[in-house]
Design a protein around this ligand. Structure first.
Ligand code: URA
Length: 439
């Protein structure tokens, strides 16, 4: 399809007029085909940043991006497949816990996950910190793993939403990432192409999220739910707090160890609360007969965490993908960082604020993330938060322990994180972890 004079379409958007679905479809197809140059598409993206998009434009854009590549077919796996997607956070190991919990409740989990992006960690990097774990299963192997174990988590296969790949790379270098409709269409085009029956979105908000203001997080959640509905897929968004790292661990094998403890019914309260909420919603969405409410789903999630069924599922998943289960049974076998340092409190009081993104960046400086696409991750690098928001501290108390394999990284990370938290005399109000649910 030809776009005619694309400059006229850019002009129309710049004036704030609504684009027609046909114009949007042609724009996406022609850009992927290389018929629209990057400089014209950059101008269009900037116009969208300033003018926004109507619901009809947003749906047309997302569906055109979805249709730019393959659409996964999960119909060979019996049951309702509910996908979960997080918009990113720090210490966010929920997939490692929620996946096995949901699978232990009889709902198939066939999930494609991503790598770390910027200051946020990625599920694939965490899984690869388990010796032997393979994220690159072929299609048949993936389906077999889900059929036999009820769960498999792999890297993206096939050519899903190539339009998003090309547009995201352009947005990254043209200052157009932070646009709600562009984020919504980017995420939903990939989720719709991933082939699940239903979608649960974990839209993070706060200092460790991509979108930090609650009102904007609500807008993003609302737009994504509307796109899902327009595409005929039940979509629910939970807005969850990222005003402090989730749980205590940030960094790949540190987070796997924390997830193992959570799967054994232990571990930090906030992590358990968010995971049982997400799992409860997935269980209720995946229940074909519609007999399980969200509340009951949460209770079931709690049960399988306490009775060991979720932990057994995690072991099956790891074994099914070639991972060494002895590490899951004996987490002390994971490599421990040879170099450690402490971030200590400078005053008496309560931990009253955290720059969660800052702790994510500090974990990256320790080696837990990538500086370039080619960087190798130091799997044992990261941070253990010894204190959480609202905890009392005395001057000199350890707020966080820093772990790395490279001594030269420690000082930089410690000095970076020195300003990433505050101590005040007044105890802050407890955080609301699940801030809102948008259906
Ligand atoms: N994650 C995505 O996949 N796309 C965005 O635009 C932002 C975060």
């Amino acid at each position: 399809m030809s776009t005619g004079r694309f400059v006229d379409v850019i002009h129309k958007k710049r004036q704030g007029l609504e684009l027609e679905a046909g114009e949007i479809r042609a724009m996406v197809a022609d850009y992927v085909a290389g018929k629209i140059p990057d400089y014209q598409m950059s101008a269009m993206l900037m116009a969208i940043c300033f003018r926004g998009m109507s619901d009809a434009e947003l749906t047309a854009m997302t569906l055109a991006m979805r249709d730019s590549g393959d659409i996964a077919d999960l119909s060979r796996i019996p049951g309702i497949k509910v996908d979960k997607h997080s918009t990113g956070g720090v210490g966010d190991k929920t997939t490692l816990i929620v996946g096995p919990v949901v699978a232990a409740c009889g709902i198939p989990v066939a999930k494609m996950s991503g790598r770390g992006l910027g200051f946020t960690g990625g599920t694939l990097d965490k899984l690869e910190s388990i010796p032997g774990f393979r994220i690159g299963l072929g299609e048949d192997e993936f389906f077999r793993a889900v059929r036999e174990n009820g769960i498999s988590v792999i890297g993206q296969t096939g050519n899903l939403a190539p339009a998003d790949k090309k547009l995201y790379a352009l947005r990254d270098v043209t200052g157009t990432v932070e646009s709600i409709p562009l984020i919504a269409s980017s995420i939903m085009s990939k989720k719709l192409a991933a082939g699940s029956d239903k979608i649960l979105l974990d839209v993070t908000t706060g200092s460790g999220a991509f979108i930090k203001e609650l009102e904007k997080s609500r807008q993003l959640a609302g737009q994504m739910v509307a796109i899902g509905k327009a595409a005929g897929k039940e979509t629910v968004a939970m807005i969850t707090s990222m005003d402090e790292p989730l749980g205590s661990a940030i960094g790949n094998n540190l987070e796997v160890i924390e997830a193992i403890h959570a799967l054994q019914g232990q571990g930090p309260e906030d992590l358990r609360e968010v995971c049982t909420a997400l799992a409860g919603m997935m269980i209720s969405m995946g229940d074909v007969k519609r007999e399980i409410s969200y509340e009951e789903g949460r209770e079931r999630a709690q049960e399988v965490l306490e009775n060991g069924a979720a932990f057994e599922k995690f072991k099956c998943m790891v074994a099914g993908q070639g991972g060494d289960v002895s590490f899951i049974e004996n987490p002390e076998k994971f490599a421990a960082a040879p170099v450690r340092g402490e971030l200590t409190a400078g005053a008496d009081g309560y931990i009253s604020w955290m720059d969660t993104e800052g702790f994510g960046i500090a974990a990256g400086l320790l080696g837990a993330g990538r500086e370039t696409k080619e960087s190798r991750i130091d799997f044992c690098a990261g941070i253990i938060m010894e204190k959480k928001l609202g905890d009392p501290v005395k001057r000199g108390d350890v707020v966080a322990t820093f772990h790395t394999s490279a001594g030269d990284r420690l000082e930089r990370a410690l000095s970076y994180a020195g300003n990433c938290y505050a101590v005040s005399e007044k105890k802050p109000e407890p955080l609301k972890l699940v801030v809102d649910i948008i259906r």
